[in-house]
Design a protein. Structure first.
Length: 363
């Protein structure tokens, strides 16, 4: 029977036991000494490790452009179908769509027909009623007529005046004028066309200023206010700016959203009614730090934050994301002046000593 494998196994087991459990005794037997650990290198039972080189950004708090984004569209400031108040044949030449018209400008004129004759007849009867009333008043004053006769003459005079006013109003309604300045969205009624009461003479649209219309959720409307700055990017890439002028007090019963309107200048009339728009409404201003998105990290509890330099050691600060931009991410929760680790933050923990290189020096 061979004893060599058994002796070898016993020797390995004994050596492993001495190396792990009796290391100091083994080193003393071998004549080696274990270097003492300095007290200043031990803190709370954990040895200090060598400092880690990190790249740091000196950041100053700045105002943050924060807001909400809505999908919406442009809408004419005013849009109206101008309709006839009486019937008649059009006797004015038509104005073509796209024509600029001023407030009060004539759009359609109707043939008066017998209305002028009716007005002349009403004026004649009014003159007769006035004369009869004057005669009646003199007779009553002299005692030759009763007061009842005088009252009936006054009633006849008032009725004649009403007929004249009605005839004059019908004459005025023969001319249809633009209620406000704007563009003709349609041709005016064609010459010779018969317009009935309520018939459309023309459609007038006012585009300067123009409105941006969107719908905000219940949470979003709590964060905006009338007069706030707003803007939009149109489907063609054009960017416009204006102010929030209206927030609905009543929610849409189907979507539970609230209508909001932004008024935007449109002096050259380049913005059309009904164009798709991506609307941005700014909220109340606050300050934050613009940092690279890669600077964000998580601590052991899963909280979002950044590593900062505090003296010669690293520290962890929780942050909240305020906004995002192509240049980075805006965060809040840091002091006005902060030294944020942007390279090497994943290799340090709170209390770890660091060797700092600032970004401006590295650049």
């Amino acid at each position: 029977m061979r004893f060599t494998p058994l002796l070898t196994a016993a020797f390995v087991c004994a050596f492993t036991y001495m190396l792990i459990l009796e290391r100091d005794t083994l080193l003393a037997f071998a004549g080696a000494q274990t270097p003492p650990v300095a007290d200043e290198q031990v803190e709370n039972g954990i040895e200090n490790k060598p400092p880690v080189s990190v790249l740091v950004l000196k950041s100053e708090a700045q105002p943050v452009a924060r807001g909400i984004v809505l999908r919406g569209q442009t809408a004419a400031f005013r849009l109206l179908d101008v309709k006839a108040e009486t019937n008649g044949q059009v006797i004015s030449p038509p104005l073509r769509a796209g024509t600029l018209v001023g407030e009060g400008e004539l759009l359609c004129k109707l043939d008066p027909g017998t209305r002028q004759a009716s007005l002349s007849e009403a004026e004649a009867r009014l003159a007769e009623a006035q004369a009869n009333n004057n005669v009646s008043a003199n007779l009553v004053q002299k005692g030759y007529a009763s007061e009842t006769t005088a009252i009936s003459r006054v009633a006849a005079l008032q009725a004649a005046e009403a007929v004249v006013q009605r005839a004059e109003k019908e004459m005025e309604q023969l001319e249809i004028h633009a209620p406000f300045s704007g563009l003709l969205e349609s041709d005016t009624a064609e010459f010779g066309a018969l317009l009935q009461t309520g018939g459309t003479c023309a459609r007038v649209i006012a585009l300067n200023p123009i409105k941006l219309v969107g719908y905000a959720t219940e949470q979003q409307v709590q964060r905006i206010s009338i007069g706030g700055l707003a803007g939009a990017r149109l489907i063609g890439g054009q960017e416009v700016q204006g102010k929030l002028t209206f927030i609905s007090r009543s929610a849409d019963p189907l979507t539970r959203t609230f209508k909001v309107e932004i008024t935007v200048p449109n002096e050259n009339l380049a913005i059309r009614d009904g164009s798709t728009a991506e609307i941005f409404i700014a909220m109340h201003g606050e300050s934050g730090h613009l940092l690279p998105q890669s600077a964000l990290t998580l601590n052991d509890e899963g909280q979002l934050g950044v590593r900062v330099v505090d003296g010669e050691t690293a520290d962890f600060k929780t942050v909240t994301i305020l906004n995002e931009s192509p240049e980075g991410v805006w965060v809040g929760g840091l002091p006005d002046h902060a030294e944020v680790i942007i390279v090497g933050q994943e290799f340090v923990t709170a209390g770890r000593r660091v060797t700092v290189t600032y970004q401006k020096d590295a650049s």
